[in-house]
Ligand binder design. Structure first.
Ligand code: OOG
Ligand code: NI
Length: 464
């Protein structure tokens, strides 16, 4: 039982997210502009759309909106990833999902550290898309060894944060003072350094293999490369970016605009070209850090996701140089995807969280099973079904984001490397959580709770 004088992991995560956001705003002023743009658009969208405001309030999804961010980092070794998993555990964040980017020609595989419980997500859903470089994909033996040696020589964690992670693990929590120090020390790992750890020739050799390899290997640590606020209208955000002095990438990734948003739509601005000081005092340039905006919709079941993947694959033949044309084509293809909450729910294409409202006079004996009871209670208005927000990422979108920010425009193309989820898990020291199982559990648990409330059920008289 954690002691009462410990700071809740949800609180530490909130403070960490705020500290990261402040650090990135200092480092990349355009990120501050992006936050303003998103805040303006969200305010306008809610004012124009009271039904959306009501739905989000009822689902407890509005309070978190102004602090909601995801970030991305890239590490070089299994040991670094293993330590990160322990660091994020202090903040109630667990690795969810496996993303094989090698399939799209990007030499990393990834997971997302995030909170998993409904209550924790409502407090602050901060997530970090975390990639591990796959050195095994460097073909040149000498270069691969050189990269491994450089990575082995660095420590991306401060001594104090290592101690505090151990304290957390031994004591079961951190005190107020420890939590403050933990946040201050933890963000150091993700800070930008304009001095590289290698000379220019080494940087060039690694970058010519893949720009991402140079980004991971040549610096002191895994600098945060973007922080993404959540918008309620990504089309409006994309259109407004030029007015705010920001040039968006060519197309919005993910599904098209719909009445019921599904999964995740994302856009970004190009990485900044930044000046770097290499060992031996050579000046050079590097692109790594960029800005991204996203709109989140309802999480899809495996059936819904299969439909999404099939339709998105059908759209891959369309040109992706003009957003309006691409979106129009995508819209046509996605006609096949039901676009109202009731159909998505009844056809089990999306996940919902059920909530009892008011009191029911329905008789528990009248139903043969929970499914019939829930359907009757939804129809009679005694239970409401809130769409569950998609909290994860999309591999095809992520590949598009990576590629548009590596400083070149051409697609990296098809990769051939086999996925190796067990290697990522060995580095993490644990299995990644299957995102579908999390949504399914929230849905099932909410159904049980709603029926218990409305039917005065106790664990003893619960239906099978
Ligand atoms: C991560 C890119 C993926 C997203 O939102 O899909 C990502 C990276 O560039 O390190 O952040
Ligand atoms: Ni991102």
């Amino acid at each position: 039982m954690p002691s009462a004088h410990f700071v809740a992991p949800d609180t530490i995560r909130s403070r960490f997210a705020a500290a990261m956001s402040e650090m990135y705003r200092q480092e990349v002023p355009q990120y501050g502009t992006l936050l303003e743009l998103v805040a303006d658009i969200n305010e306008q969208t809610l004012a124009d759309n009271p039904a959306l405001a009501r739905q989000m309030t009822a689902a407890n999804d509005l309070d978190r909106l102004s602090v909601e961010r995801h970030g991305a980092i890239r590490v070089g070794t299994a040991a670094e990833l293993g330590m990160l998993a322990r660091l994020f555990a202090v903040m109630g964040m667990a690795p969810v999902g496996y993303y094989d980017l090698a399939a799209a020609g990007v030499p990393v595989h990834s997971t997302a550290f995030r909170p998993v419980e409904t209550e924790a997500l409502a407090i602050n859903p901060f997530r970090l898309f975390t990639s591990l470089l796959r050195l095994d994909l460097i073909e040149d033996d000498g270069l691969r060894q050189r990269a491994a040696d450089i990575l082995a020589a660095r420590d991306i964690f401060t001594p104090r944060v290592r101690e505090l992670i151990e304290t957390f693990e031994a004591e079961g929590g951190l005190t107020e003072a420890e939590a403050d120090t933990f946040v201050a020390e933890a963000i150091e790992t993700f800070r930008w350094h304009e001095d590289a750890t290698v000379d220019y020739a080494t940087y060039e050799a690694l970058a010519s293999e893949h720009k991402l390899i140079a980004d991971v290997v040549c610096f002191r640590g895994p600098h945060i490369n973007h922080l993404t606020p959540r918008t309620l209208d990504i089309d409006a955000a994309q259109a407004a970016m030029p007015e705010y002095g920001i040039t968006p990438k060519a197309v919005i990734e993910g599904p098209p605009r719909r009445d019921v948003p599904i999964l995740l739509r994302q856009t970004s601005f190009k990485a900044l070209e930044e000046s770097i000081r290499f060992a031996g005092d050579t000046e050079g340039r590097h692109t790594a850090r960029f800005g991204e905006i996203e709109q989140r919709g309802v999480a899809l079941t495996p059936d819904g996701r299969a439909l999404y993947d099939r339709l998105l694959a059908a759209a891959q033949t369309y040109k992706r140089d003009a957003n309006a044309d691409y979106q129009a084509a995508l819209h046509g293809i996605f006609e096949e995807f039901p676009d109202d909450l009731d159909t998505l729910r009844r056809r089990e294409l999306a996940y919902f969280r059920y909530e009892a409202v008011g009191e029911s006079t329905l008789d528990v004996e009248a139903f043969t099973d929970d499914h019939g009871a829930i359907e009757a209670l939804v129809a009679s208005g005694h239970v409401v079904a809130h769409p569950i927000v998609y909290e994860d990422f999309l591999p095809v979108s992520a590949a598009g984001i990576f590629q548009s920010n590596l400083g070149d425009d051409d697609d990296a193309g098809e990769g051939t490397a086999a996925a190796s989820q067990h290697e990522l898990e060995a580095a993490l020291g644990r299995a990644v959580i299957d995102p579908f199982s999390l949504y399914a559990e929230i849905e099932a648990e909410s159904k049980r709770a709603a029926l218990d409330t409305l039917m005065g059920r106790t664990p003893e008289n619960t239906l099978a």
